[in-house]
Design a protein around this ligand. Structure first.
Ligand code: NDP
Length: 446
């Protein structure tokens, strides 16, 4: 019978096998710190070498994408699909287009996706993909040619029962449309092989809003468990993309007051609050005109500052831009300024030291729990596609709220630590792990 390695031993091996992949190391360390003690107490799982198996992707597909820009220059980018685990369902996870994309980033995202997808209760395995292609400044025709070139290779590896990509940073409704169009052209099929599609061609109502809305529903659950509500709370949000915009929208609808948004150039601070009218202007700015958030400050006469919004006093916070966008000093500032709860809209937005501080001082929800609403509604899109039906918005939103409630309950069940507040990280890690572990055990050593 095997004994469990210590965290130090386990991480030394992982670092050796995956040199230089610091984001992947960070994501695994957080999970392993919770799972190794759990495994030590559960011989049934311990003897299956589950953590070692789960931290090794089923496969990593890496390929060149050649395309031509508007000036006729030939360009080449690298793309990946990391198929991490299909223990509980077909691989599922978004595609990211950003100049910073590396294999390490996609492996951390794919690894977290295993636990997130399990928490939703839907039959989805974990995957992630993307490219170091930078969509900023590219014409729509260039973006289309890139998407078509990428799908020309990717289509060999995906399908409704195999692997179902979706959007992420830099991959919104426009890019998903181009990717799906090329997939159809190459396979002569119309299936739910990609989610986040437009509602006119197989998409689910509510998918666009789902990640941001879901993060707010999760925050509502956390506050409720602490005897509080959203009404009247000031909120700081980072990012001004899909997640941030719909997080702000649901906060406004539920009576809270979002006062910041950001992009990679800086953040706006509007002490009067962003209301639905201002948000409509932001949607046009970001989704149609593809402008910068600084334009909001000029238009609505508030401040725009370089950097990030975490020094602005507020009661609740939603980091919703990218990984490692909140450090320990910023976490300390949030706590000192009276922030009582933080729900991650982005994946791993808090550095490890920041997470440690937040976890032990305030209500803190890790992305794999609080931003699971997006993939959950993607799962509902797959169901609707398979049944060739469409559900109406109230039905989808109702299911989303139920799923976020259930994830919160799972976090409470597995996240008790005898302290003054639940440990949502531990709850999400163990709550997400058990179903995957049971499936791995049942399917034998494969
Ligand atoms: P978008 O591309 O729509 O928006 C990303 C936003 O974050 C933009 O405002 C962007 O600013 C900013 N941003 C991106 N990279 C950086 C950076 N390095 N530094 C500062 N700001 C940055 O992406 P999404 O809203 O879809 O995704 C945001 C986060 O949420 C990601 O972590 C993603 O993985 C996660 N997520 C998304 C889901 C979804 O359904 N879309 C589901 C679950 C998680 P700029 O325009 O200047 O680059």
């Amino acid at each position: 019978m095997e004994s469990c390695p210590t965290l130090r031993q386990f991480m030394a091996g992982l670092r050796k096998r995956n040199p230089g992949q610091k984001e992947f190391h960070q994501a695994v360390q957080e999970v392993a710190a919770d799972l190794l003690p759990f495994l030590a107490d559960h011989a049934r799982y311990r003897d299956q070498c589950l953590l070692e198996r789960l931290t090794e992707p089923d496969r990593v597909i890496s390929f060149r994408v050649s395309w031509t820009d508007d000036a006729g220059n030939v360009r080449a980018n690298r793309a990946w699909r990391v198929q991490f685990s299909n223990a509980i369902g077909p691989y599922k996870g978004g595609m990211r287009f950003h100049s910073s994309v590396t294999e390490s980033i996609l492996k951390f995202l794919g690894f977290e996706q295993i636990f997130k997808n399990s928490l939703t209760g839907l039959p989805m395995g974990g995957a992630k993909g993307g490219s170091n292609f930078n969509p900023k400044g590219k014409s729509p025709a260039e973006v289309m040619r890139f998407c078509q070139a990428l799908m020309t290779e990717l289509h060999h590896y995906i399908g409704p029962d195999t692997d179902v990509p979706a959007g992420d940073i830099g991959v919104g409704a426009r890019e998903v449309g181009y990717l799906f169009g090329q997939y159809k052209r190459l396979t002569h099929t119309f299936t739910g092989a990609i989610t986040g599609k437009g509602v006119d061609f197989g998409g689910s109502v509510g998918r666009t809003e789902a990640t941001g809305y879901g993060a707010v529903y999760f925050m509502r659950e956390m506050l409720k468990s602490a005897g509080q509500g959203l009404e009247g709370k000031t909120a700081i949000i980072s990012g001004s993309g899909n997640v941030a915009i719909y997080c702000a929208e649901k906060l406004i609808q539920l009576g809270a007051k979002p006062i910041t948004l950001s992009d990679s150039s800086g953040f706006i601070h509007d002490p009067d609050g962003i209301d639905l009218e201002k948000l409509a202007w932001i949607k046009d700015l970001k989704e149609v005109r593809r402008g910068r958030i600084s334009e909001y400050a000029d238009h609505f006469k508030c401040t725009f500052s370089p950097g990030r919004p975490w020094q602005v006093p507020a009661q609740i916070a939603f980091p919703s831009a990218t990984q490692n966008e909140l450090n320990a000093d910023e976490a300390r500032a949030l706590i000192d300024n009276g922030c009582i709860a933080l729900a991650e809209g982005a994946n791993m937005p808090c550095e490890a030291d920041a997470q440690h501080l937040l976890r032990s001082n305030i209500l803190y929800a890790p992305g794999k729990a609080s931003n699971a609403g997006g993939v959950a509604v993607s799962g509902l899109e797959q169901t609707q596609n398979a049944q060739r039906i469409y559900w109406a918005l109230p039905e989808v939103d109702d299911k989303l709220q139920t799923i976020m409630h259930t994830i919160h309950q799972k976090c409470l069940t597995y996240g008790q630590n005898g302290g003054p507040r639940p440990d949502y990280v531990k709850g999400a890690n163990i709550g997400g792990f058990i179903k995957v572990a049971n499936a791995l055990e049942a399917c034998g050593v494969v």
